[in-house]
Design a protein around this ligand. Structure first.
Ligand code: MOS
Length: 702
């Protein structure tokens, strides 16, 4: 190793396209997801979920099921191991307090686990289990102004209400006012790999192979729930087939697998069906958002009021922070944002790709488009005119903010200048054509993490960090980061991830994974440099040091840290059927240094596809009478298919975050942010009709 020089940095691996280091394993089938591992004596658990929306269990007829072929155990609230009401890694999580009492809080709540020799026997037995309920009246219907709505008062800063200035006075004095409601429906994520885990006891330790975005947090939570010493629980998640937030925390399948392994003294596998995923892993709640914008005649904002509400469950409070995005995007003399919730008898909503920003951007970026229309100002120019110099609410400087560069470069590539601002004037046969634009932003966070690095006798380096690669290419990005930190070629790095025994690290979430892990790897490499002496003999088992980014992260100045972007879309609307076809999308982003352009582009394009899907297709229907989902599966829940997805281009402007050792900001979530608004704004431009309710279904267009 030599001292880092600018030349070696520029010649390094970060910033260069690199195929996935585990790509060959994935395409040859050598890479295994959690539930694909095999153990002798492996038993299979099948969950039984409640069919009523509210009430209590009066009896479970387990005896006939226990006598069925292959059945090893039927766990339910009367015989299941006790779970501590533990404060987990992210606080107490009542959604995993399963089989602890007779209460049923929603349709799809786990009421039993049947364990059998084969999955088929477990399923047959689970479907034969008769559970008796005493039903109570339920309420599963979300609407704006529901009487049980309240403003949450916890200390999470994006859930509280923030006010600045005299809202009513500024609105009254405004030359132009937009005052509209925007709604988004209940939406679901359903990863390619359904949630599954295998739990087993091995030499006095609970070993769990799980599909999780955070093996360390999952291990901590399982230990707390089962009243075990944290050192006696190990969770690994080497390959994860998608997460999107749904695998951010310990979920019921892992808890049930651990309970069952304890009871039957065998390894136990529990895998959710697609339909079970729709109840048990969180989802995006429906939102209703009132936007009030007041502006000078030239479009400069005087007033911005973003009042969001969404539902939570009665199990725990989850706040979809839709209004938080308005605290970052635009300043105004009077500024008010609030996220309210209403508890319903429904499964608990949770993190789903860009929680808060995804639905919030639909409201604020649709309203900005309406403001542009009413002021007669170009939508791109309106946004540039309203660029804040500092955090609109915090007053803190931005670590960097390249929104204008994104809009200008995006507009140039998209051909925005040729756009006729008038709506409903471009026609091509039976299609009306329009273009739309929206801003994007997402928090660029960093969380203290640890890593170890070993200088091997043969000259290679092994890095160990409890990172997770949920399909994003994180493992490959970390190889590139480690190679540059160590100033060696990428093929000298062995990257070991996703094992809680490697120590505390941020989970793959909140667009903060790669950046947080990079901090820890850079810290570990610095420790190694302090230990290694040029020419020294490396012992056979190598030299291992640990690094911790805690001090580096704590020492970071307080700034507004976000990635930014500009989304452009062109839509065609069939005048006969109301069908909307998106013809092209372009996203220009500013997300700090991009570690691996290949996988970064995939991540951004994936988010944009999701935004298209959110704009046109996605909505879950909950039946008021039963409280259950209608079509809670991949047949009934519509998502964009390949035929719906046009040419999508994602790119970025040059930006290096000066406050990050690798220059990274993060780009996990920002691809979806603003994308639905850009499509909706394009539909308005095509037709002259505003769609403030998602999705923009053909029947709503006509
Ligand atoms: Mo993201 S919702 O933190 O996976």
């Amino acid at each position: 190793m030599t001292t880092t020089t600018e030349a070696t940095r520029l010649a390094g691996a970060v910033g260069v396209a690199h195929t996935r280091v585990e790509g060959l394993d994935k395409v040859t089938g050598a890479a295994r997801y959690a539930a694909e591992h095999h153990f002798t004596e492996l038993a299979h658990g099948w969950m039984v979920l409640s069919t009523v929306a509210r009430g209590r269990i009066t009896a479970i007829d387990s005896a006939p099921v226990e006598a069925m072929p292959g059945v090893l155990a039927v766990l339910h609230h009367e015989n299941a191991p006790h779970l501590a009401e533990a404060s987990g890694f992210f606080g107490p999580d009542p959604t995993v307090q399963v089989l602890q009492n007779d209460r049923v809080p929603h349709v799809g709540w786990p009421v039993a686990l049947v364990v059998a020799e084969t999955p088929e026997q477990a399923r047959e037995a689970a479907e034969s289990l008769v559970v008796h309920y005493e039903q109570e009246p339920h309420d599963t219907v979300f609407r704006a102004g529901h009487p049980d709505t309240y403003t949450p008062g916890d200390d999470e800063d994006d859930s509280v209400e923030i006010s600045k200035g005299d809202m009513e006075a500024e609105l009254a004095a405004s030359a132009v006012v937009v005052d509209e409601w925007y709604t988004t429906p209940e939406e679901h994520h359903n990863a390619m790999e359904p949630h599954g885990a295998i739990a087993r006891w091995e030499d006095g330790r609970l070993e769990v192979i799980d599909t999780t975005q955070g093996a360390f947090a999952t291990a901590q939570d399982l230990a707390a729930l089962l009243s075990l010493d944290p050192s006696s629980v190990r969770v690994v998640s080497e390959h994860v087939g998608g997460g999107f937030g749904s695998k951010g925390l310990v979920r019921p399948h892992s808890v049930l697998a651990a309970m069952a392994a304890t009871v039957v003294h065998r390894p136990v596998r529990v895998v959710m069906t697609r339909r079970q995923v729709f109840s048990l892993v969180g989802h995006r709640p429906a939102t209703a958002q009132r936007m009030r914008l007041g502006a000078h005649a030239d479009g400069r904002l005087r007033a911005l009021d973003h009042q969001a509400s969404s539902y939570t469950s009665r199990v725990m409070e989850y706040v979809e922070s839709s209004a938080a995005i308005s605290r970052v995007l635009y300043g105004a003399d009077a500024h008010h944002t609030v996220n309210r919730v209403v508890p319903l008898d429904v499964p608990t909503p949770r993190w789903m790709r860009a929680p808060g920003e995804a639905p919030g951007s639909f409201a604020v970026e649709s309203a900005m488009d309406e403001l542009a229309e009413r002021c007669g100002v170009d939508p791109v120019a309106l946004r540039i005119r309203n660029e804040p110099a500092v955090g609109p609410v915090s007053g803190l400087p931005f670590s960097s903010r390249s929104t204008v560069a994104c809009f200008e470069e995006g507009a140039r590539r998209f051909g925005w200048a040729e756009r006729d601002p008038r709506p409903a004037v471009r026609r091509e046969g039976r299609w009306l054509l329009g273009t739309g634009v929206a801003a994007a932003t997402y928090t660029a966070g960093v969380v203290p993490s640890t890593a170890s690095v070993t200088a091997e006798a043969g000259g290679d380096f092994t890095v160990r960090i409890t990172a997770a690669d949920i399909g994003t290419g994180a493992r490959t990005a970390l190889v590139q980061i480690a190679a540059d930190a160590l100033e060696v070629p990428v093929d000298r790095i062995r990257m070991r991830i996703a094992d809680s025994d490697f120590g505390q690290a941020m989970l793959a979430g909140g667009s903060t994974g790669t950046r947080s892990w990079a901090h820890a790897i850079v810290a570990a490499v610095a420790e190694l440099r302090a230990v290694l002496v040029p020419g020294m003999e490396i012992p056979a088992d190598g030299i291992t040091v640990r690094g911790n980014s805690l001090d580096a992260v704590r020492g970071l100045a307080k700034l507004e840290r976000h990635s930014f972007g500009a989304q452009f879309a062109e839509a065609a609307v069939d005048i006969a059927t109301g069908e909307v076809r998106v013809r092209r999308m372009l996203g220009m982003f500013a997300a700090g240094r991009v570690v691996n352009p290949l996988t970064a582009r995939s991540q951004l394009v994936g988010g944009m596809v999701w935004g298209l899907s959110m704009a046109l297709h996605e909505e879950a229907h909950r039946d008021a009478a039963s409280g259950g989902l209608v079509g809670g599966d991949l047949a009934g829940y519509h998502i964009a298919a390949n035929a719906d997805v046009p040419l999508i281009e994602a790119d970025w402007v040059d930006e290096v975050d000066p406050h990050d050792p690798t220059g990274i900001k993060g780009l996990g979530e920002i691809g979806i942010v603003g994308a639905a608004a850009a499509v909706a704004n394009a539909v308005w431009h095509a037709t002259g009709v505003r769609h403030r309710q998602l999705p923009i279904r053909p029947d709503r267009v006509l």
